[in-house]
Every structure is written in C-alpha cells, then in structure tokens.
Design a protein. Structure first.
Length: 233
C-alpha cells in the first residue's frame, strides 16, 4: 500500500495502519522476550519495529517528492539505501545484548529477534502486509513452540570447573580419571602455580554431559587429596 494508492483515500490513515501493525508485530515478539527476562523486551522490540517502519515510509516519501528529477539532475534518489542502513544499524543494536560468559554465549536469540523485528517494521512500512503478517507468525512460532523442543533435542552442555589444591604430583591425572569415569571430555584447560602458597589452580572446560552434573562432580572431586576450593558454572 503506497502513497499513490492510499488507504480509503487518506494518507494519514495509511501511515497510521502501517505504524500500528509494525507496533503490534514488534510488541508481540517483545512480549515473548520480556516474559523470559531478556534485556531487549517489549519496549525495545516495539520501538525497533516502529522506527524501521517510520524510516521506510520516509524513504518512500523522499522518492515520491524528489523522484521526478531527471538523469541530468545532481539529485539522486535511492529508497533502498535507507533499508540497507536499517539492517546495519540494528545489527549494532543486537550486538549490545550478546553476553559471553566463559564458554557460553547468551543473547543470540534476542539479537536475532531484534534484527527480524526491524524487517517486520520495514515490511509493514512498505505496505507489504501479507509478508509482515506471515513473518510475524513464523517468528512467534520459533520463539514459543520451538523452545519446547529443547528438552527433547540431545545436545552437549558445557561446564567450566575451577579447582584449587595443594601442589603435588598426579593431581591432574586424578581429575582426568574422574572425568573419564563419566565419559566427559575436557575441551580446554589452563593452570597456574602459586609458589607463595604452594597451590595449584586448574580451570577446565568440560563437555559431553547430557545432564547437569556440577553438584555430583564436586562431591567426587572433593574426595581427592589436597583439594581446597572447587567452583563451577
């Protein structure tokens, strides 16, 4: 629905419908993120959708207002440039909600939802209502129903384990034996020797466990001679 074919002959009504639908789509996605306590929730997603819609409408208005200039004019109008800048700009916004904690990364889904919500706003801003509606439905399905498949899908879990113990030979071998008994794989390991306190410090990243075993692993490791501190996350 473009300005040349306004909704019921009213430009204002046409713009209002586009903005409302963009806000509705962004709000629905944002509400799902808000319920799960994500940093980019209802207001953020709604604002991204409405903002993208506004930019696309303004881009269209620029073309309608100045598109009549001929090829000899110094003025060049390319409405697609605004859309391209929206994609880039929202990409920076999405990067701000991604958090890395050790081997795990959080916020990727929220960042992807912000990027997608910008696309929804652009679709409604261009008057491509069917695209916006279908895409909104698919986004909501992916965020709500597909999440219920998480317990069914077999996937590795990562555990970061730090152990502080008295400095002695054979400590690492005993730790590796504990992991081997449970078919765990150490994907990364770092160590530090404290000469003042005569302590060994190990930080290990463990994977291939199919359930949360931090408490069980701690109970087993504490039985090893010389263990002073155990921490996992």
């Amino acid at each position: 629905m473009f300005f040349e074919t306004t909704l019921l002959g009213s430009v204002e009504l046409d713009v209002a419908v586009k903005l409302f639908l963009a806000a509705l789509a962004g709000g629905l996605v944002g509400l799902e993120r808000e319920k799960h306590g994500r940093p980019a929730g209802l207001r953020t997603n709604l604002l991204v959708a409405v903002g993208s819609c506004v930019m696309v409408i303004v881009s269209e208005a620029f073309y309608i207002k100045y598109g009549g200039f001929d090829a000899q004019s110094t003025l060049r109008i390319d409405p697609s440039r605004v859309a391209a800048q929206i994609v880039t700009g929202v990409g920076f916004l999405g990067a701000g909600v991604i958090l890395k904690e050790g081997p795990s990364v959080r916020g990727l889904t929220t960042a992807a939802s912000l990027w997608t919500v910008a696309g929804l706003g652009m679709a409604f801003g261009m008057g491509f209502y069917s695209l916006g509606a279908i895409a909104t439905l698919l986004v909501l399905v992916s965020l709500t129903f597909l999440k219920k498949l998480d317990p069914i899908i077999r996937k590795d879990r990562f555990l970061t384990l730090t152990v502080t113990a008295t400095n002695r030979d054979g400590l690492l071998e005993e730790l590796q034996k504990v992991f081997a008994e449970r078919n765990l794989v150490v994907t990364d390991i770092s160590s530090n020797l404290d000469l003042v306190n005569d302590e060994l410090f190990y930080q290990l990243v463990i994977t291939q466990q199919q359930k949360r075993i931090g408490h069980e692993l701690t109970a087993k490791i504490r039985q090893i001679e010389g263990i002073r501190k155990i921490h996992y996350h």
